[in-house]
Design a protein. Sequence first.
Length: 338
Amino acid sequence: MKAVQITAPSKMRVVDVEKPVAGAGEVLVKIKYVGFCGSDLNTFAGRNPMVKLPVIPGHEVGAVIEETGPDVPAELKKGMNVTLNPYTNCGKCASCRSGRVNACEHNETLGVQRNGVMCEYAVLPWTKIIPAGDITPRDCALIEPMSVGFHAVSRGQINDNEYVMVIGCGMIGIGAIVRAALRGAKVIAVDLDDEKLELAKKVGAAYVINSKAENVHERMLKITDGFGADAVIEAVGSPVTYVMAVNEVGFTGRVVCIGYAKSEVSFQTKYFVQKEIDIRGSRNALPADFRAVINYMNSGNCPIEDLISRIATPETAVNAMEEWVTNPGKVFRILVEF
């Protein structure tokens, strides 16, 4: 079967690999669409230390059940539209023991620590198959990245009395904006790109700030009547935005960190103490977050067409990735169709 493989930095090719077979407790799915994630971008650019090349990327998936093996629940039927939970959990580490399997110490995400599913077929344990009802396979590929933003809002314990600042309006940031708005919070979206900020308003942001053109601190004080944000969700992963999050959160507020900063971050640590802030990491997503995204997409309020920048074929995937590397701020989500 056909698969896309990253062989070295800036090198991607279509390869032929063996079609998998479903065993006991497993499901064979026909892959229809796979989204390129930021981790795939970093792998292609040679900036992902967790990846061993060559690797098949891909964990944002829209698929159809092709076949089920023995010992698979009868509810999972051939022809069902599904997405996949791409994370593993060992069941033994501290995170798993506390029920937070999304943060498993030994997690291996598809396309990162192990081969992904940017290929024609894949086999997974039935527990990792998430039925998506009437959501099309194309749109199913948007569920996983949005669920990461949804999970960050849960980590932040966002409620309807709060001002919530979301830094970064990529796919994950948009997910955070959506769920915070659904919970009734007043969302302040921050980004460098006006098009992304317009999308942020469309999905529920009450205020937008272009950090390239405006004084973020002054706008935040004006919007929040001088109090600062009750919670800040950092969805970029840069030293500048990490520092911004700590600076703009109000006293006794919460900072939720999704993005990985690629270099060291210097903080005025007095703010940690003076503000008595909670700083929380947010990693991956739980099954409940996937279900919440599916509910949102089924509501008819999700501007799906605005979330897809381009649909590529396996043969043109390298061109699409090169486009993203060249202009990461303008590309939203690229899907590869099989």
